[in-house]
Design a protein around this ligand. Structure first.
Ligand code: ADP
Ligand code: MG
Length: 684
């Protein structure tokens, strides 16, 4: 059956349905009500006239007709009574209602009754002859109110959905065992009930079942992904208590925090197990993830395998290379740097050391996984600051070795709801504490010209002391030109306010190489101030930077602002972050900045951010599968999510390929829904 077979649906209505994203009967059935009106019981007119917004149907009898003039036009009033009060039904441009609502007959009316112009009246109303109210889809029941488009009425939508419901055969897609265990409503009943509920309780059960299913599908995908990416590994790592790991720990100028120790313990367990590791360390900027990664790498190196550390930019690669070399050369470990910027002859040399295994740690950008890079025996890959790391990249990496162990590190806190879904196939280690530091980062809001002036003076003084700083402008994606203009004008402003300072400008039109060069020069102290769009967000340590100015701070996401702020205060200097805002800030902008001033905890901020922006935008992509959620809300429905997750993983544990008879229906729907992704897995 297709839409066109429904009564009343022809070409023109079909086009209107398409406008509502309804292309099939299935889409129609999933066009859920946005709300309901309880029209189960009639009440007297007087109950409708108070302050309450509640609406009820009323039973009335038509007494006669009357007219009044509005804008020189004659308007019909149908005079009715419920036996106690009189009311008028106002029929603008609907003179024909005189023939529809017949004198002396009884009707059930649902309308916007109010006391106006010295009478009780309704201007918008639905009605049905009293005798046929029982069969109506619009009366004597809880009535669905649908999202509509012009040309489609509620009444019509109700009719076609009702018809579709009665003529559809619903095959149950959930295994019987789950329905029993969670006491879920059947698929068939839940679809019926969500559109035409018997009562409030069954409606609730229907919504629960449908939400559960949405989340269950999502979690099946997560469980499958996890299954495909977990491999048995032949490699065995040694557990050597007196080895490199403890040697490095002893040589460190600080003690590991307990969060770092916990992370290390979990990583070690993964590494020593017979399955490949796929773990993410999530920890706010400055919590000390690098040293954890290094210690993980040492475990692997000690057993004779290579490790690679991949980062998103060349500058960051160089920085990590220096840190690692400084710590590991004393332990006679060979670290190499491989980026796109390495010259051909040098590159050849490095490739040779990677191939013969003498390079033990290779630090680099994506270049680490170019075609011509051959590893001797790669065991572990660490990926830093890459939380938007996709399936495609993962497959590329995995091809560089046998059943590789993967460790991902990110400072972008992933809210719990997303770690359960989009990132649900990762094991997660969260480092909550930061090493105690003696320096502070102060946040300021700059909202007036005087404050701005004071800010420039402050910057000048800091530069006098030998410090550096950043000025960050929002990236305006729609227009590179506006982007350039706005950064240029900020540049001009700084030039005129601080004429004797060396200022560099970094914008979207610079090539990646130019960006790297400017960053490197800045790192080298050649500039006092670096003005840029958000490219500095990612991981680079500039320990000499003590101030940051964020222009149009309200244009940034909350997590992003926090990340930016984390770029300063990395050295031994107290640091200051200035958030510049317009005088007339939006409500959203206000609540973001308020959160920012009151929390310095990236996790709390990420949760706030998710609430303000919603998961789609938070992730910055649409392919997360989350946009398929029509009813379920990841934050408020977390209890359902947890159950769905438990069930999905349990099924996959028992039946990883959906081969049992009771999982057949599931196999069909899940594979179909995530077809593209599975093609990737299955060919990998
Ligand atoms: P992030 O987690 O942001 O990548 P880093 O690994 O760059 O943080 O660490 C930030 C700074 O803190 C580095 O200078 C590092 O040497 C230092 N550090 C790491 N762990 C500790 C610790 N346990 N105590 C003191 N300082 C530490
Ligand atoms: Mg880092």
């Amino acid at each position: 059956m297709s839409l066109i077979d429904l009564s009343g649906v022809g070409e023109s209505r079909l086009a209107l349905l398409n406008k509502l994203n309804i292309y099939s009967i299935g889409d129609l059935l999933s066009h859920f009500p946005k709300k309901y009106e309880d029209r189960q019981r009639c009440r007297p007119l007087k109950d409708l006239l108070g302050d309450s917004d509640e609406q009820y149907p009323v039973e009335v009898k038509v007494l006669g007709y009357d007219y009044f003039y509005a804008n020189k036009k004659k308007v019909l009033k149908v005079v009715v009574t419920d036996g106690f009060l009189r009311a008028n039904l106002i029929c603008f441009n609907r003179d024909f209602m005189k023939n529809v609502l017949e004198e002396g007959k009884e009707y059930i009316v649902f309308g916007d009754f109010q006391y106006r112009y010295g009478e009780v009246q309704a201007t918008r109303f639905d009605f049905v002859p009293k005798g046929s109210a029982g069969e109506s889809l619009n009366f004597m029941r809880i009535v669905p109110i649908y999202p509509l488009t012009e040309g489609i009425t509620q009444n019509f939508m109700r009719q076609i959905i009702f018809e579709a419901l009665t003529s559809t055969r619903f095959g149950e897609s959930l295994p019987e065992s789950i329905i029993k265990k969670r006491q879920l409503m059947s698929k068939r009943e839940s679809f019926r009930e969500i559109h035409f509920p018997k009562d409030h309780k069954t409606l609730e059960k229907a919504i629960y079942r449908l939400k559960y299913y949405e989340l269950f599908e999502l979690e099946c995908n997560v469980a499958l992904k996890k299954h495909y990416f977990t491999h048995h590994k032949e490699r065995k790592y040694k557990d050597n208590p007196a080895g490199l790991v403890s040697q490095l720990i002893q040589s460190l100028p600080f003690k590991l925090t307990s969060g770092q120790k916990d992370a290390l313990r979990e990583i070690k367990e993964d590494l020593l197990s017979q399955n490949t590791m796929y773990r993410m360390i999530q920890g706010d900027v400055g919590c000390g993830k690098t040293v954890v990664a290094i210690l993980a790498m040492l475990t692997v190196i000690e057993s004779g395998y290579q490790t690679a550390l991949m980062v998103p930019t060349e500058v960051l690669a160089k920085q990590h290379y220096q840190t690692l070399s400084g710590w590991l050369n004393p332990l006679s470990i060979r670290v190499e740097l491989l980026t796109g910027g390495v010259k051909t002859s040098k590159r050849k040399e490095i490739l040779e050391t990677i191939k013969d295994g003498s390079a033990q740690i290779i630090v680099g950008t994506h270049a680490l996984f170019s075609e011509d890079v051959k590893y001797h025996e790669l065991g572990l890959i660490v990926i830093d600051e890459q939380h938007k790391f996709g399936v495609q990249e993962r497959i590329q990496l995995i091809e560089k070795g046998e059943a590789l162990d993967i460790l991902v590190m990110t400072a972008t806190p992933i809210p719990r709801s997303l770690s359960l879904t989009v990132y649900g196939d990762l094991e997660l280690t969260v480092i909550r504490e930061k090493p105690r530091r003696s320096i502070e980062i102060y946040s300021h809001i700059v909202s007036s010209d005087e404050k701005r002036k004071a800010m420039y003076q402050f910057m000048d003084k800091e530069i006098d002391k030998g410090r550096q700083g950043f000025v960050v402008c929002p990236l305006i994606e729609e227009s590179e030109k506006i982007d350039l203009n706005s950064t240029m004008s900020v540049f001009e402003a700084i030039k005129s306010q601080l004429p004797n300072r060396n200022t560099a400008l970094l914008h979207g039109r610079h090539s990646p190489q130019e960006k790297e060069d400017i960053m490197a020069a800045y790192l080298n102290g050649e500039y006092d101030i670096l003005i840029s769009t958000t490219v500095i967000e990612v991981g680079v340590d500039i320990s000499n930077a003590s101030f940051m100015v964020v222009e149009n701070a309200d244009r940034f996401g909350l997590s992003q602002l926090h990340q930016l702020r984390g770029r300063i205060g990395r050295g031994n200097y107290h640091s200051h972050c200035f958030f510049c805002i317009d005088h007339n800030l939006s409500e959203d902008g206000k609540s973001r900045l308020k959160a920012l001033m009151s929390h310095n905890d990236g996790f709390a901020l990420a949760e706030e951010d998710l609430k303000i922006r919603g998961p789609g935008e938070f992730l910055g992509n649409r392919q997360s599968g989350l946009d398929s959620l029509k009813l379920a809300n990841l934050i408020t429905d977390e209890p359902i999510l947890l159950k769905a997750k438990e069930d999905a993983f349990q099924i996959l544990r028992v039946d990883p390929k959906f081969e049992l008879p009771e999982n057949q229906m599931l196999a069909k729907t899940i594979y179909k829904r995530f077809e593209d992704e599975y093609r990737l897995y299955l060919t990998s």
